[in-house]
Each structure stands twice: as structure tokens, then as C-alpha cells.
Design a protein around this ligand. Structure first.
Ligand SMILES: NC(=O)c1ccc[n+]([C@@H]2O[C@H](COP(=O)([O-])OP(=O)(O)OC[C@H]3O[C@@H](n4cnc5c(N)ncnc54)[C@H](OP(=O)(O)O)[C@@H]3O)[C@@H](O)[C@H]2O)c1
Length: 347
């Protein structure tokens, strides 16, 4: 008689989780891409409130994401709405910061202390002063920052995993601005650089104020976030920045056109290409600025808005680990924010 193996099928239990409650701050390019995604994710995520810089709208049982933009045309809300965020959200709720606002970023540490999670595309949280970064880093497991550098590319995650695995990072170099990558990729000396900047702004590729890209300050924030995740307590003043344009002065198109054209002509004469590069080396400081680089340099590859980052460590000593991919755009940024929301919701 043959032995019979009886396998009793366990009834499949549907895993039902309560939807993750979120508040969305910022309904511009990224915020609106996120609202579109939320319509598909409604059972998993409950949008309890949304705000721009002037207005807010909220409903404890959940807002219909498709009505939020129109609803924000309504009454102005209290000036202290950022202070109210912690009251809108129940414990375990998540604030999604899709603004570029320093005023909002100043609240990150307080929201974390109040037990909330944060998913942010705003780099002014952990990419600002070291003291603010340290207050945030004390709650790292509830701080979703994938959208801040590389718009969701597995950059920060890889750097953190290398460290967690005992590796030591010696240097990082990167093309961290999708906007500047696009501008320098397109530039061929036939038309003024400032015209390309205007085109990038129309296409929604630039920061709300393009001088934030051209000043190098946005790239500096990304380098600070990357280096701090690599275990280096880098301060803003440790990074030397060579801007293409000043943030606090009117946009001087003639100056930027001449600067980029001269650099481009000299690079071309040496068979090189122009890239806006952020570098940090354990033995050589940190710098952000325009560089002429050889065609076989890892940072020379890629096209369009691609970000590229090379990481040298004990493990990757002579050949760096290189991560490359689309590093800008509302779609990928919104997807990265929601990945962080869902990860924290699960955790
Ligand atoms: N666009 C991209 O491809 C991209 C890629 C990666 C990362 N990011 C980052 O994502 C963030 C948003 O970028 P974006 O392109 O979506 O900017 P945006 O289109 O200018 O939208 C910014 C939004 O933030 C709101 N806002 C400003 N201050 C606020 C405050 N104090 N409270 C609440 N809301 C406030 C604005 O409201 P008002 O309209 O009332 O001013 C607007 O709705 C930035 O940090 C940017 O660096 C963007």
C-alpha cells in the first residue's frame, strides 16, 4: 500500500491592513503626479489632508484625490496649518512633503518627534544645516528620503546598505542634477545656454526657481544628503560651490551664456565633455561645479536627465560602483515618495 501524503490546504487569509493615513504638503508638479497615483492606491493609502502655501483641505475619512486641486481653490486656511499637521494625522500617519519650502522642512524633526513618518522630495530637511540633519537622523527609520537624491534611484539605499554591511566609503562623485544634465547634454554651442534654460523651465524640468539649479545649491544639498548617508558629517560650509548663476541676483543671461560657451569650447578642443559634478573625497574635501571630463569617465555616460553616481569604498576600491538612471521628473519622484509611504506603512 502506497503511503499517502495528506496535505490540508490552509484557507488563504487575506491580509487586510488599515490604509496608511497621509497629509500631502505641496500640490505642484510632483504633488499632482502623486495625486494621480493615489487614485490607483486608494485602498492602501488614505489622504486625510492636502495643502499648498495658501490653502488646505482635509477630511478625516479620506479625500478623493481627484478633487483636491479644485478644492484647494476654496477658503484660505489658518496661517499655523503646519502646526496642525500632527493633529490631522493619527499615530503612524505620514507627512508627504512635496514642496521646496524651508519653512516646511523646519518642521520635519518636530513631526518625527511627534511619532509621525515623513516621505520627502524636499531636500531642505537632511540636506540643510548639520544640526537639522542630526535631529532628523535620530528617527531615520521613519524618514523616507528616496525622492531627494536621484528621484528614487536606489542610491541612498545602496550607500546605506554598503555601510550596514561594514564597508567604508572613501569618495563619491555624481551628476546629481537631472536639469543640469539635460541642459549640458543638449548644449552644442549653436544657441545660447540661457535659451535652453528657458525651454527646460517650460518643460517643468527645472526647480520652481531655475537659479536654484544654476547656483549649485540644490546639488550641494544632494551631495550633503549623499555624504551624510555615507557616514560623513559634512557641513554646508565644507562644500566649495562654483555656481553658474547666483541665487540672490537677477539672472544674467549674457554672463551665463559666455561662461558655458567658453567652457564648452575648451572641453571640446580636448575631446572632453561638460558635466556639472558634485564630489566628496575623504582625503580631499567637497566641491560642486562645472567640470570638463574625459569621454571614458563613468560620469560622462548617460543622456537626457540621467543622474550618475560613482562610489569608491573598501569594496569598490579601484573600480567604483556606478548607479545611473533617470534622476528627475514628476512621475519617478512621486513613485519614490509613495514607495517610501508604503514601506513605512508596512513597517
Ligand atoms: N519636479 C521634479 O521633477 C522634481 C524631481 C525631484 C525632486 N523634486 C522636488 O520636489 C519638490 C516639489 O517640486 P515641484 O516641481 O512639484 O514644485 P512646484 O511645482 O513649485 O510645487 C511646489 C508646491 O509646494 C507648495 N508649497 C510651497 N510652500 C508651502 C508651504 N509652506 N506649505 C504647503 N505647501 C507649500 C506650493 O504651493 P503654492 O502653489 O501655493 O506656492 C506648490 O503647491 C521640490 O523640493 C523639488 O526639489 C522635484
Amino acid at each position: 500500500m502506497s503511503a499517502q501524503l495528506l496535505v490540508r490546504a490552509e484557507p488563504v487569509r487575506a491580509v487586510t491592513r488599515a490604509p496608511v493615513p497621509i497629509v500631502l504638503l505641496g500640490v505642484g508638479t510632483v504633488g499632482q503626479a502623486l495625486l494621480l497615483r493615489l487614485q490607483r492606491l486608494r485602498p492602501a493609502v488614505r489622504l486625510v489632508a492636502a495643502a499648498n502655501s495658501r490653502r488646505c483641505v482635509g477630511r478625516g475619512r479620506g479625500l478623493d484625490p481627484s478633487t483636491v486641486v479644485a478644492a484647494l481653490g476654496g477658503d484660505a486656511c489658518a496661517a499655523n496649518r503646519l502646526a496642525q499637521v500632527a493633529r490631522w494625522l493619527p499615530a503612524g500617519g505620514i507627512v508627504v512633503d512635496a514642496t521646496a519650502s524651508d519653512a516646511v522642512a523646519r518642521w520635519h524633526a518636530r513631526w518625527l518627534q511627534a511619532g509621525l513618518g515623513i516621505a520627502t522630495a524636499n531636500k531642505s530637511g537632511s540636506g540643510a544645516g548639520l544640526a537639522r540633519h542630526r535631529r532628523i537622523a535620530a528617527h531615520a527609520s521613519r524618514y523616507g528620503d528616496s525622492a531627494t537624491v536621484g528621484a528614487g534611484l536606489p542610491l541612498l539605499r545602496s550607500v546605506r546598505e554598503l555601510r550596514a554591511g561594514g564597508d567604508r566609503i572613501h569618495a563619491v562623485a555624481g551628476v546629481l542634477s537631472g536639469t543640469l544634465a539635460w541642459l549640458l547634454d543638449r548644449y552644442d554651442g549653436t544657441r545660447p545656454f540661457s535659451q535652453l534654460v528657458a525651454q527646460a523651465q517650460r518643460l517643468g524640468y527645472t526647480e520652481p526657481d531655475p537659479r536654484a539649479d544654476l547656483s549649485g545649491l540644490d546639488v550641494r544639498r544632494k551631495l550633503l544628503i549623499l555624504a551624510r548617508n555615507a557616514g560623513v558629517a559634512l557641513a554646508e560650509s565644507d562644500v566649495e560651490v562654483a555656481p553658474l548663476a547666483a541665487l540672490d541676483a537677477p539672472f544674467d543671461t549674457a554672463a551665463i551664456d559666455a561662461l558655458v560657451h567658453d567652457a564648452w569650447r575648451s572641453a571640446r578642443a580636448h575631446g572632453q565633455c561638460l558635466r556639472f559634478v558634485a564630489r566628496w573625497r575623504a582625503d580631499g574635501g567637497a566641491r560642486v561645479g562645472l567640470e570638463a571630463i574625459d569621454a571614458d569617465d563613468p560620469l560622462a555616460r548617460g543622456s537626457g536627465c540621467d543622474n550618475r553616481v560613482a562610489v569608491w569604498s573598501c569594496r569598490y576600491r579601484s573600480q567604483p560602483l556606478v548607479i545611473q538612471g533617470p534622476g528627475a521628473g514628476a512621475e519617478v519622484t512621486a513613485a519614490a515618495l509613495l514607495d517610501d509611504v508604503l514601506r513605512m506603512g508596512r513597517g
